[in-house]
Design a protein around this ligand. Structure first.
Ligand SMILES: [Zn+2]
Length: 189
């Protein structure tokens, strides 16, 4: 009987985590208009869902970004969500390859919402290097890069800052969670 109850409990936990995971995927698809057909794990154990089979350089750059994130989080005394496996990174299709200055800058177009009328507003949408999809589970989207992988690491670290703050310092999270009133990255020094 005890074993049966344990089984039901585990099955329920599993069902909840599958439901949470699939609603995050649905949200990522809604925001980007992409379909994330490929799943992978980085060498250090972060979860990746991508429109195309992710390159080894992309996966390594994600690990490097998380590594930098965890280091600066520890420096600030934050202890939660410091495992690679806590993170799911979506790699979407870039909606532009270059920024307004002609510099390589694969970005994703997202609905303007809170940025309406601000300098970021491109007429109903904005270009973002990355965007948080879900605070819990920890998840964000970035655009596929074929070069300048340092930029990937930076974006991973920057989006991760919002998630680290959400789980470790809610007040600081609230005051930095969007950039419509200014403020940018890095947040953590
Ligand atoms: Zn940000």
């Amino acid at each position: 009987m005890k074993r049966f109850i344990l089984f039901i409990l585990l099955a329920t936990i599993f069902a909840f985590s599958v439901a949470a995971q699939s609603s995050v995927v649905a949200k990522a698809q809604r925001i980007t208009g992409d379909r994330f057909a490929f799943s992978a794990t980085t060498p250090d154990g972060a979860n990746v869902l991508a429109v195309k089979k992710p390159s080894r350089q992309m996966l390594d750059a994600i690990d490097k970004g998380l590594d930098d994130l965890f280091a600066v989080a520890r420096k600030n005394g934050y202890r939660r969500k410091l495992n690679y496996s806590d993170y799911t990174i979506f790699i979407g299709k870039a909606d532009r390859q270059k920024n307004a200055d002609g510099v390589y800058s694969p970005d994703i177009a997202v609905g303007a919402a809170q940025y309406a009328g601000s300098v970021y507003d491109q007429g109903g949408y904005i270009y973002a290097a990355g965007m948080v999809i879900s605070n819990s589970p920890c998840s964000f989207v970035i655009a596929e890069h074929t070069k300048d992988f340092n930029r990937v690491s930076d974006v991973v670290r920057y989006e991760g800052e919002h998630l680290i703050l959400y789980h470790n310092d809610r007040r600081r999270y609230e005051s930095t969670k969007d950039h419509s009133q200014g403020g940018s990255h890095p947040i953590l020094q």
